[in-house]
Each structure stands twice: as structure tokens, then as C-alpha cells.
Write a protein that binds this ligand. Structure first.
Ligand code: V47
Length: 359
């Protein structure tokens, strides 16, 4: 172990915050085992032997999108033959069909539809919440919340308050991509910029709405951009805490305008999970989203800092449009088995990390 790695080890063992230079050093190091040991140490300190999962149903209301981000294969035009839009009744039926499976969460994320008014989204949340008040609704990325503010004329705070009043429980972490506007202008110029994304999460936290955060990596960003992204999230969590989990999302290039780029390597995926655990010392959970990483890497990542594998994710669409080769759903029994195989305690949680059952 060289001198800088030794210094980082000292910091991790003494709960001293890692600097930007430390983060960049870790990315440039090829000592994956040393990085993994540190991330595992931190994970064990923060969540012991638990690996969390939940049982959820994803609902993607529409794929018709005005934003058309360069990394996305999900959003399409109105007149494309594969376009769809669920009516509130269809969205309700789609959610309702998973209830008997014992889901504890509806996870609703959609495209930015050109014509549907804010009321449409309010009705979807209200109807599901009225029928199933015990099921948590995690819905709408910060980008969608900004868009609702734009189309309704309400402020971000008012949009969040209206949704909270009809049953919104928490926000997912999508739309963060890389929180640097020069990159956003290249990748996704038609949606919320960095400060808008941060403002939504800050306001949500102030209203008592928990949120997640993500990073889309492996496209045009540099290592420094990734570390700056971690530090931006860490600073927001210091000033206005409310992030529950961080989810690194490796870019899947298939069927996107950036399909000339290569998929990230397993080493990059694992390193990114581990370094996020080390840099984000004030965010409780690191989620290895199996849909994107693949089940094998998700399983290995429990030894590299991850403590959550998301959920059963019935019928995920966004990542599969971009070439994710994983199944579109996984059973609870399979999740329990793969966590046990890795030597950890499968722990079913609800959306806000109350423990429901250990297996
Ligand atoms: O914002 C889109 C990303 C996000 C691609 O909060 C892509 O628990 C890779 O945020 N390759 C939506 N990524 C999904 C998301 C999410 C997923 C699971 C759990 C949670 C949570 C949040 O997916 C988008 C974007 O960053 N994305 N296209 C792609 N081709």
C-alpha cells in the first residue's frame, strides 16, 4: 500500500472526510482490493451485515418526451409507433395488479410529456394513495418536478406541497446525471440545469420529503467531474439533509444517440460504487441497482460498499430501452438467495428504510 492510500486508510478509520484529491487518487489507483476493503469497512460501520431490498412496482406513465437527452433511449416522439401514454385509470390498474404480490412501493418516473397538465400527475398519485394508503409512493425525479412547475405556473415548493398533500412520499434520485452545466448543455440541454435539480431536492428535504440521488457515469464526463458531483451532493446533504441513498448509474449506450461509446467496465462500476461509499460519508445507503449493473456485479458490490440492491422492480423500461440485458423483474426469493450467497443478511425495508423483515 503506498503513502497516499495509507493516508486515506487513516482518514477512513478515523472518520475524517476524504478530499477531492483523495477521490481522484482512488479513481486513478488500480488497487481495487485496497479500495474495496476501505469501502467495506465503511459499509460495515454504517449498516453492519444488512443488505437492504424492497418490493416495488415501477410505473412509467409515458415515453413521449420533449427533452430527448442524448443518453436516453426511452423518450420518443408523439408520432413514433412505440409511443404510449397511460390514462389515470390505466396507471391505476397497472399499479393495482402488483399489490397482491406484497409490494410496499409504487415507483413512478416518466418522460416530459408535451401536453399533459400537472393535474394528470396529481390524479395518478391521489388515486393510488386513496386506494392503497399503506403503499409508499416514490415518484417524479427533480427534472419532472421542475417541468411541472414550468407547465403549472406553481413554484417548486408549491408543486411538491400539492403532491405531498395527495400522497407523494418521497422522490427518486434520477435526473442528476452529472451536476455540471457545461456537460448538461451537451447531454440534456432541454431540461433542468444543476441548480434547478439541487433546488428541488433542497426544497423537498425542507418539506420533510426524503429523496435519493444518482450519478450517470461513463459517457463524456471526466474523473474530476465525478468527484465534483459527489462533493456537490455531499454539500447539499450537509446543509439540508434528506438524501437516503445514492445510486450510481453506468451509462448504457445501446439505441441512444451516444451509441458509439462503450459500456463501462466491471472494474469501473465496482470502483465507482466503492468510491461513492467513501466520498459520500453523510449519505446512509449506496444502492447497487441490479437492473443496470447486472445481478453478478450487484452481488459482488456488497463487498465493495453497497448495502442495497433496490427491489423486485416489476417491468423496468428505461434501462431496458437502452440495452440492459438483465431480466425486467426479479423475485423476492432470488434477491434473498443472492444476498445470502454473498454472506450478508437479506433485509426487507420499506422506502424510507424501516426494517420490515430479516431473512
Ligand atoms: O435520470 C436514462 C438514467 C435515470 C440511461 O431513486 C440511464 O431509487 C443509463 O433515476 N443508461 C432514471 N442510465 C432512473 C433512476 C433510478 C433508478 C432506480 C432507482 C432510483 C431511486 C432511481 O436513469 C435517469 C437517467 O439518469 N438513464 N437513460 C441510459 N441509457
Amino acid at each position: 500500500m503506498d503513502k497516499h492510500m495509507k493516508e486515506i486508510e487513516e482518514k477512513v478509520h478515523n472518520n475524517i472526510r476524504l478530499s477531492k484529491d483523495d477521490g481522484i487518487y482512488l479513481y486513478n489507483s488500480s488497487d481495487l482490493i485496497a479500495i474495496g476493503e476501505l469501502a467495506r469497512y465503511k459499509k460495515l460501520e454504517m449498516s453492519g451485515q444488512h443488505i437492504f431490498f424492497n418490493v416495488n412496482q415501477h410505473i412509467n406513465l409515458t415515453n413521449i418526451c420533449v427533452s430527448r437527452c442524448k443518453f436516453c433511449a426511452f423518450g420518443i416522439d408523439h408520432d413514433d409507433k412505440d409511443s404510449y401514454l397511460m390514462s389515470p385509470q390505466e396507471a391505476f390498474d397497472y399499479g393495482a395488479k402488483a399489490v397482491d404480490y406484497g409490494i410496499t412501493e409504487f415507483h413512478i418516473v416518466s418522460a416530459l410529456h408535451p401536453d399533459m397538465p400537472f393535474e394528470y400527475y396529481v390524479v395518478v398519485v391521489r388515486d393510488l394513495h386513496e386506494a392503497y394508503p399503506h403503499i409508499h409512493i416514490q415518484a417524479f425525479t427533480a427534472v419532472e418536478i421542475c417541468y411541472f412547475s414550468q407547465i403549472s405556473g406553481l413554484s417548486i415548493r408549491e408543486v411538491l406541497q400539492v403532491l405531498k398533500d395527495v400522497g407523494l412520499g418521497s422522490l427518486p434520485g434520477g435526473g442528476a446525471e452529472i451536476l455540471k452545466d457545461d456537460l448538461r448543455r451537451q447531454l440534456c440541454p432541454n431540461k433542468a440545469m444543476s441548480q434547478d435539480w439541487l433546488e428541488v431536492h433542497r426544497t423537498a428535504h425542507q418539506l420533510g420529503i426524503k429523496t435519493n440521488c444518482t450519478m450517470l457515469f461513463g459517457h463524456v464526463e471526466s474523473i474530476e467531474d465525478r468527484i465534483d458531483h459527489f462533493i456537490t451532493l455531499r454539500n447539499l446533504q450537509d446543509s439540508d439533509p434528506g438524501f437516503q441513498a445514492f445510486i450510481p448509474l453506468p451509462f448504457l449506450p445501446e439505441n441512444t444517440p451516444l451509441n458509439h461509446l462503450k459500456r463501462t467496465s466491471a472494474i469501473d462500476d465496482i470502483k465507482t460504487l466503492a468510491i461513492s461509499r467513501l466520498m459520500l460519508d453523510n449519505i446512509d445507503h449506496i444502492k447497487a441497482f441490479w437492473v443496470m449493473l447486472g445481478i453478478d456485479i450487484a452481488q459482488i458490490s456488497f463487498n465493495f460498499g453497497a448495502d442495497d440492491i433496490d427491489g423486485t422492480v416489476f417491468e423496468e423500461k428505461i434501462m431496458h430501452a437502452a440495452g440492459a440485458r438483465t431480466q425486467t423483474a426479479i423475485s423476492k426469493e432470488d434477491i434473498i438467495r443472492l444476498i445470502k450467497e454473498a454472506g450478508y443478511i437479506p433485509t426487507e425495508r420499506d422506502t424510507i428504510y424501516n426494517i420490515l423483515k430479516e431473512f
